[in-house]
Design a binder for this molecule. Structure first.
Ligand SMILES: [Zn+2]
Length: 132
């Protein structure tokens, strides 16, 4: 079973198993730490300014600098996605009524470990039509 592709009724796709596989391979020495602690400059900037802190320590370096940032991808948004920094912004994207998907990425502000945690629908007009 491929956990990465297994969705839920609500359209949330979890990347928890893939994340754990990556962490395990680093801890086992099969994979270089630099390969996974490679946040790009924009992700670093967003993580420093807008990340919501996570309770767990970083799985790679152990520091309490782990946070999560949310990006929205969809029609009419920048190709690199837009960082969502407030509930109001999220609600505005929902009201647009254009296909939009959210990506939650965890980032460590100490070693720059980063990994996709989950994706979820922000706005899915086609689905709403089917449901109503
Ligand atoms: Zn770290």
């Amino acid at each position: 079973m491929n956990g990465r592709l297994r969705g839920t009724a609500s359209g949330v796709v979890s990347y928890r198993l893939e994340r754990q596989r990556v962490i395990d391979s680093v801890l086992a020495g099969e994979r270089d730490r630099n390969d996974v602690c490679d946040a790009q400059s924009e992700l670093k900037r967003v993580a420093v300014n807008h990340a919501s802190p996570l309770k767990d320590p970083c799985p790679i370096c152990g520091e309490d600098e782990l946070g999560v940032v949310t990006f929205a991808f969809g029609l009419g948004l920048p190709s690199g996605g837009r960082c969502i920094t407030s509930l109001r912004e999220m609600q505005r994207l929902r009201r647009r009524g254009r296909p939009t998907r959210g990506y939650r990425v965890e980032v460590c502000r100490s070693c720059w470990w980063n990994h996709l945690r989950e994706t979820f629908p922000i706005s899915d007009p086609a689905k709403r039509r089917l449901l109503s």
